[in-house]
Design a protein around this ligand. Structure first.
Ligand SMILES: [Zn+2]
Ligand SMILES: [Zn+2]
Length: 154
């Protein structure tokens, strides 16, 4: 017997089936990363970084489909965010100047482990070098999500 569809389980908008395989791949990667993090196969922070990075890539994929490639409809874009395929808050930041490459929301939150400001990964390389006065920069990956620098000028 066919299932009765309520308005909640409405079929996804046109075009969803085209991008579904890619979204599924992201979900599989995410599951793997979560299992790894739980089983501590990877180090604790590294495991979490991987999850952040996959979520980032997934949101980026949706962002680019809609804003850069015009490959999906507004209806489908909204559906994807509503269904949590992408992080709407993060995508909203990418639309702002200076935040085009932002890695994750944590890195711009004013929290203790960011020394009360934005994360070091948001500081452009040229500025870091200035501060370091010619000596080698120590920064390679930030503690929040393992970002290697996401300032727009990098
Ligand atoms: Zn970053
Ligand atoms: Zn960071």
């Amino acid at each position: 017997m066919p299932k009765i569809k309520s308005s909640r389980s409405r079929a996804p908008p046109d075009g969803f089936s085209k991008i579904e395989p890619t979204l599924k791949k992201f979900d599989e990667k995410l599951k793997d990363a979560q299992t790894k993090a739980l089983n501590k196969t990877a180090g604790k922070t590294e495991g979490l970084w991987e999850i952040f990075q996959i979520n980032h890539a997934k949101s980026r994929y949706i962002y680019e489909l809609y804003y850069k490639k015009n490959a999906i409809s507004k209806e489908l874009y909204n559906y994807l965010l509503k269904s949590r395929y992408g992080d709407g808050n993060l995508i909203a930041k990418w639309k702002k100047q200076g935040y085009e490459n932002l890695c994750c929301l944590k890195c711009i939150q004013t929290i203790e482990n960011n020394n009360g400001g934005t994360c070091i990964c948001r500081v452009p390389r040229s500025k870091l070098e200035e501060k370091a006065e010619g000596s080698k920069i120590k920064f390679s990956q930030c503690v929040n999500c393992g970002c290697r620098g996401c300032a727009s000028t990098d």
